[in-house]
Design a protein around this ligand. Structure first.
Ligand code: TYM
Length: 334
């Protein structure tokens, strides 16, 4: 078993990242026994698809490293690094560009969402983004990839690329990875629109809860979250067709380790005037310790760089045999 996942170091860690992915990373790390290792990385090579100045990019990588450690990733037990420090990712991506098909990439919904109508103006990097993601996973022969629902299609593509490469070159080199998607919090939605994903690219900061938000800001965002005038139903079934209510109940259920049915049973017949303060408090209690650790960790750049360098050395050693085997399978001398 080998666990691997990544996050783009652009902007803040938000509640969607935390509940959809990072909490699962920490859980899987904590459940690992023996020599088994988890690999977690900052996808800074992916983040070049969003323009950013040099200083900001450096800050973003350190901040996301601090956020992951604050959230519970232990760099002594897991391999924590940034992609740019491990060139094997980019190298394997190039090799896999010979295997991936344009038709496959044309079907990627995230690419379509991101480019909107301006397909001709989009960068090539954005188009081949999922091939780099496949390389990230395949170069470590990862078996389990904990992600939110929105990454499922990219994982399927990684499996298709692995299968085609293995078949084309008559090898059993790449392992087919399985996505690990949480049941309750696979898709945390915007606080302003229950039909849109909570995302760092949403122009409205009120749409998301950030790891860096203070207690007051969290309470205010929950208070102002869009809802409907109906009271909470007795069971989760009654949330159908009420996306905002469904999202808030889902967040509450995930944070308190229970089910949407149990939350509905607890608040049945009550309005959001009663539910929102309870949710706000739960969020504040969950995020405060993480935020406090994050604020401390982000002041020590040298310590963060040391963590990432050490992680990168371990990651590079783990990636090298697969990368060599891929060159060899293709008849390329390295
Ligand atoms: P990124 O940086 O957009 O998001 C990081 C993780 O957070 C999850 N996530 C969510 N989950 C639930 N609800 C939401 N609203 C929400 N928003 C984000 C994402 O599903 C993801 O798990 N392409 C990836 C990074 C990546 C990667 C990889 C992941 C690069 N290489 C290899 C896994 C394996 C991305 O942009 O995630």
């Amino acid at each position: 078993m080998r666990v691997l996942s990544g996050i783009q170091p652009t902007g803040n860690l938000h509640l969607g990242n935390y509940l959809g992915a990072i909490r699962n990373w920490v859980r899987m790390q904590d459940e690992m026994t023996g020599d088994a290792q988890c690999f977690f990385f900052l996808a800074d090579m992916h983040s070049i698809t969003v323009h950013e100045g040099r200083e900001q990019r450096i800050r973003n990588v350190r901040d996301m490293a601090a956020a992951l450690v604050a959230a519970g990733i232990d760099p002594d037990r897991s391999v924590l690094f940034n992609q740019a420090r491990v060139p094997a990712h980019a190298e394997l991506c190039w090799l896999l560009n010979g295997t991936a098909r344009i038709g496959w990439l044309n079907r990627m919904t995230q690419f379509k969402d991101k480019v909107g109508k301006d397909r001709e103006g989009a960068s090539i990097g954005l188009f081949v983004y999922p091939v780099l993601q496949a390389a990230d996973i395949l170069v470590y022969n990862a078996t389990h990839v904990p992600v939110g629902e929105d990454q499922k299609q990219h994982l399927e593509l990684a499996r298709d690329i692995a299968t085609k490469f293995n078949t084309d070159f008559g090898v059993e080199l790449f392992t087919l990875p399985d996505p690990i998607i949480p049941r309750e919090s696979a898709r945390i939605m915007s606080l302003r629109d229950g039909t849109a994903k909570m995302s760092k690219s949403d122009p409205s900061d009120m749409s998301r809860v950030n790891l860096t938000d203070d207690d007051d800001a969290i309470v205010q965002k929950v208070k102002k979250a869009k809802t409907d005038p109906e009271p909470l139903p007795e069971t989760a079934e009654g949330l159908a067709g009420r996306p905002e209510a469904n999202n808030l109940v889902g967040i509450y259920a995930t944070l308190s380790g229970t089910t949407a049915d149990a939350v509905c049973a607890e608040f049945a017949g009550k309005g959001f005037g009663a539910f929102k303060p309870a949710l706000g408090e739960l969020l504040v209690e969950t995020l405060r310790p993480i935020r406090t650790r994050f604020m401390e960790l982000r002041t020590d750049d040298a310590a963060l760089d040391a963590i990432l360098e050490k992680g990168a050395a371990k990651a590079a050693a783990a990636a090298d045999p697969t990368l060599r085997a891929a060159y060899d399978a293709m008849g390329l001398m390295r």
